[in-house]
Design a protein around this ligand. Sequence first.
Ligand SMILES: [Zn+2]
Length: 234
Amino acid sequence: MKHLAIREDIIATCKRMNASGLNIGSAGNLSVRIAGGLLITPSGIAYDTMRPEQIVEMDDEGRYYGDFVPSSEWRFHYDILKARPDVNVVLHSHATNCSILACCRLDIPAIHYMVGVSGGNIIKCSDYAPFGTKALSVAALAALEDRMACLLGNHGVIALGKSTAAAFNVLQEVDNLARLYIGTLQIGKSVILSEADMNVVLQRFKTYGKQLKDIDPNLTERVEPPVHGGASRG
Ligand SMILES: [Zn+2]
C-alpha cells in the first residue's frame, strides 16, 4: 500500500487526540501533505476501527481516489495545504475548551506567553460558516494568517504543523491556553502581556525546543543553554 507509514501515523494521531480528551468521537479530522496531494481521514469511520486503506488520497485538483469518501471538512484541509506551503499537516478537533471560546466567538489574547506557539500575540477566532463549506475555508484561512492555530467560530479549532507530532502539540497547547483563558475570565482580572513582551517571546520561540545546530547564531533573543562541560563527565 502506498504511504502506509503516513496512513498509520494519521490513525495513531487521531487515537491519541481522543485519548488525550482533545476531541470527542469522530468529530475531528486530520490531513497530511504528500507529493501531488494529501492524505485525509475518511468520513464517518470511528478511529478505533479505522484501517490504513480507509485513509483517503486526494490530488492537487481536489479529486479523491478509492472507495472511501474523505472527511466532510476536506475542503478546508485542501485549501489550507494549498495556501500554506510552510505546513504539512492540518489537524481539526472540537476540543472542549477551544470550542467554549469559539461558541462565545472570543480570540485568545496574550494571557500567557505560550500564546506565542501560534506564531503571534493572539489566537484568532474565525467568523462562523457552516461545516464543509468553502465559506468556512475562507474564514479559517483568514484567522490562520501568519498563525499555526485558530479557533473556528461556534465550531472548534484548527492546528497546523510541519509534522503530525508538531500539529498535535499545537492543538494540546491551544486547548490548555483556552482553559487558562476561561479561568481568567471567571476571576475577571487577567493581565494581558504587551506587544513588546510578546515580541521577545516570539523571538525566543525561534530557539525554543531546538538543538544548538538548528539555531541561528545571529538571533539577539535566544534561549541560552548552560555551560557545556564536555562530551561526558568522566
Ligand atoms: Zn468540526
